[in-house]
Every structure is written in C-alpha cells, then in structure tokens.
Design a protein around this ligand. Sequence first.
Ligand code: ZN
Length: 137
Amino acid sequence: MKPSHIEHLGIAVTSIEEALPFFEFLTGDKCYAIEEVADQKVRTAFFKVGQTKIELLEPTCPESTIAKFIEKNGGRGGVHHVAFNVENVADALAEAKAAGLQLIDEAPRKGAENLMIAFLHPKSTKGILTELCQQPR
Ligand code: ZN
C-alpha cells in the first residue's frame, strides 16, 4: 500500500473544549480548525505535529461511534484510529481487499478537511482501526 506518512491520529475526547488546553500544551500550538462532520456524528479539532495531525473527536450524540468507543473505554477518551496518507484511496482499498483485509467502507467517502477517506476493520488490522486518506486535489 505504501502510505507516504501518518496523516493523523484520531483521538476520542468527551469534550473538545476540556481537551484543548492539554493538546495546546503538548503540541505547543493552537488548534487550527474545529469542524463538525454531521454524517459521522462528531465534532473535530485539529492540531499539527510536523506533517502529522492530531484529530480530536467529540461525539455529538449518544449514537455516535465515538460515544460508544468512550463508553467501552470506561467513560474516558483515548486513541481511536490511525490514518495513513495514500496517493489514491480507491486503489488502496482494492489492494487491501485483494490482500484479504476486511473493509468497513467499500468505497471512499468524504471526511473532515475534504479528505477522501475509508476505514479498514480492526478485526483484520491487528486491532487498530485503520483509516486511509487521500488529500483533496
Ligand atoms: Zn480520522
């Protein structure tokens, strides 16, 4: 698949506002964008660490997969997924499928920051929810 870099780490938080001071301290920088992704039922906040980003994910309703993740994690947030930057998500998905990996998304869809994204199932990725991202052109 040969990703160019880790695009971002997705980190679940119970509250973006509550988490901001720590991540501002950690990254030495201000959050540069807050965006709601309605179809994923999350609000996101972004930080940069070199060319890799930290994506904070706050659930916007109890049915959000992030709300369920937090619930399973004893009410705390934590690392939710790792996103790899690839040249072409559709090609990478086809490669993953051919390699026998289980896909969550059969086709790329639009994520935060206008990236095209797709998820691989943690059952076939050593327990790590894996996202593939492609930069907007
Ligand atoms: Zn992500």
